[in-house]
Design a protein around this ligand. Structure first.
Ligand code: ATP
Length: 391
C-alpha cells in the first residue's frame, strides 16, 4: 500500500492539452474518485499513474518513489478497465493467477491466493470456466480478482461497472466498497456516474476540461460546491440554475422579484443591475399550497393536513416574512417516483424550467400554477461569466 502524489501533472497530445496543473495527494489506503463529464481528462490521469501515458511535465510519486520514468510493470499498480480484457483461452483460475504467474511466484501460493480471492468475490464455483461461459458481472469480478490477487500497492479502476446492468451495478458497487474496507488498498476510481462517486469515495476530485474544479469529501462537495460546474454536475435531478438580475434589493427572476436575506443584500449592495445565476437544489424548493384539486383529499388525512409533507410544513413555519422567497410557476410535467414526485415547472413567460422534488402525496397536473417557497439558506449565487460561486 502507498500514498500517491501528483505535482502539477500536465499531458499534451500534439496541440490538445488533456490535463493541466493536476496536483493532489492521496493518503495511503484511501478511496478517491475522479469524476467529471466525458473528455475532462479522468482516464488520462489514471493512465498516467498506471504508466500507460507519460506526463508531459510534472512529478508523480507512488509512496516515496518518483515514478515518472519507471515502466508500468514496475510501478506495482493494478488497473481494471471497463472492458474486462480477460484472456479468452484461459480459465477463471488462470486469469486470476496470471499476474502472479508472470512474476514466477510458487504454484502452490498462486493456487491458494486464487481460491481466496475467488471466494471473496463469490466466483470460487466458476474457477474452471472460460470467460465466455460467464455473465458480464461475473467477468468483471474475475477482472477485479486478477487485480486483487497481485496485491498491488495501488488499485486503478476505470469505469469498472459501466458495462453491468443497473441491479448488478448496485450489487458490485457495494461489494467493491466492502472489499476496500477489508483490504485497505489505496484506490483511484474513474467514473462519470455521480452515484458511484458519492457512495464510494473518501474524497471526490471533480474535473472539467482537464483541470481540477474541487476536491473534497462527497457531502462537502455536494453541499458546498466551488462553482456552477460542480454544483450542476453532482446531484440528480441537478441543481436548478435561474438567471437573475439583482435590483431593488432582490433578484429579478424573469419578472418575479425574489427578496433576499440581509446577508445577501449587504454583499450585493454595490452590484445593483448586475446579472447572476442563482442555484437551488430541487429538494430545497417547497410548494406553498398543494394544487387546488388535491386540497380536499389531503385535508382529510390527519398526517398530511394541508401541508404537502412534514418537511414542507416545518419549513413554512420557519418562514417569517410572508411571500419573500416565493416564485409562481406553471407545471409542465409530473413524474411520480413513489416516495417522491418530481415536478418540472416553468416560470411563466420564460424558458427557465425548474426541477422540484416533493412528497409522493403531491400530484399536480400539467397546467397547474404553483406558488413555490425557496429555502434561501440553500441558495447559491454564481457569476454567470466565470461560473465562480459568489455566495
Ligand atoms: P471519457 O469519460 O469519455 O472516457 P475522460 O474524462 O476519461 O473521458 P480522457 O480520455 O482522459 O477523458 O481525454 C481527455 C482529453 O484528451 C480529451 O479531449 C481527449 O480527446 C484527449 N485525448 C485523450 N487521449 C488522446 C490521444 N491519445 N490523442 C489525442 N487526444 C487524446
Amino acid at each position: 500500500m502507498a500514498n500517491v502524489r501528483l505535482e502539477e501533472i500536465k499531458r499534451r497530445f500534439n496541440n490538445v492539452t488533456a490535463i493541466e496543473d493536476i496536483t493532489f495527494e492521496i493518503p495511503d489506503g484511501e478511496f478517491w474518485v475522479l469524476v467529471g463529464p466525458s473528455g475532462c481528462g479522468k482516464s488520462t490521469i489514471l493512465r498516467t499513474i498506471a504508466g500507460l501515458e507519460t506526463a508531459t511535465s510534472g512529478k508523480l510519486f507512488i509512496g516515496d518513489r518518483l515514478v515518472n520514468n519507471i515502466p508500468a510493470r514496475q510501478r506495482d499498480v493494478a488497473m481494471v478497465f471497463q472492458n474486462y480484457a480477460l484472456y479468452p483461452h484461459m480459465s477463471v483460475a488462470q486469469n486470476i493467477g496470471f499476474g502472479l504467474q508472470m512474476r514466477k511466484i510458487d504454484r502452490k501460493i498462486i493456487q491458494e491466493r486464487v481460491v481466496n480471492v475467488a471466494r471473496s468475490l463469490s466466483v470460487d464455483h466458476l474457477l474452471d470456466r472460460k470467460p465466455k461461459q460467464l455473465s458480464g458481472g461475473q467477468q468483471q469480478r474475475v477482472a477485479l480478482g486478477r487485480a486483487i490477487a497481485r496485491e498491488p500497492q495501488v488499485f486503478l479502476l476505470d469505469e469498472p461497472l459501466s458495462n453491468l446492468d443497473a441491479q448488478l451495478r448496485d450489487e458490485t458497487r457495494a461489494e467493491l466498497k466492502q472489499l476496500h474496507q477489508k483490504l485497505g488498498i489505496t484506490t483511484i476510481y474513474v467514473t462519470h456516474d455521480q452515484v458511484e462517486a458519492m457512495t464510494l469515495a473518501d474524497k471526490i476530485v471533480v474535473l472539467n476540461r482537464g483541470r481540477i474544479q474541487q476536491i473534497g469529501d462527497p457531502q462537502t462537495v455536494y453541499a458546498s460546491p466551488a462553482n456552477q460546474m460542480v454544483a450542476s454536475f453532482l446531484g440528480s435531478p441537478p441543481m436548478n440554475i435561474l438567471p437573475a438580475i439583482y435590483q431593488n434589493n432582490g433578484f429579478d427572476v424573469s419578472g418575479q422579484l425574489l427578496t433576499v436575506s440581509a446577508v445577501i443584500k449587504e454583499k450585493l449592495q454595490s452590484r445593483q443591475g448586475h446579472s447572476f445565476d442563482l442555484g437551488i437544489r430541487p429538494e430545497h424548493i417547497f410548494i406553498n399550497e398543494p394544487p387546488s384539486h388535491q386540497l380536499e383529499t389531503l385535508r382529510e388525512r390527519v398526517d398530511v393536513s394541508v401541508s404537502v409533507s412534514e418537511r414542507d410544513a416545518s419549513r413554512r413555519e420557519e418562514r417569517q416574512e410572508g411571500n419573500e422567497s416565493q416564485l409562481i410557476v406553471e407545471v409542465k410535467m409530473v413524474e411520480p417516483l413513489g416516495r417522491e414526485t418530481l415536478i418540472r415547472a416553468a416560470l411563466p413567460g420564460s424558458a427557465v424550467v425548474l426541477n422540484i422534488q416533493v412528497s409522493g402525496d403531491v400530484r399536480p397536473r400539467p397546467g397547474d400554477r404553483l406558488s413555490l417557497q425557496l429555502d434561501l439558506n440553500q441558495l447559491f449565487v454564481f457569476d454567470p461569466k466565470t461560473g465562480d460561486r459568489i455566495l
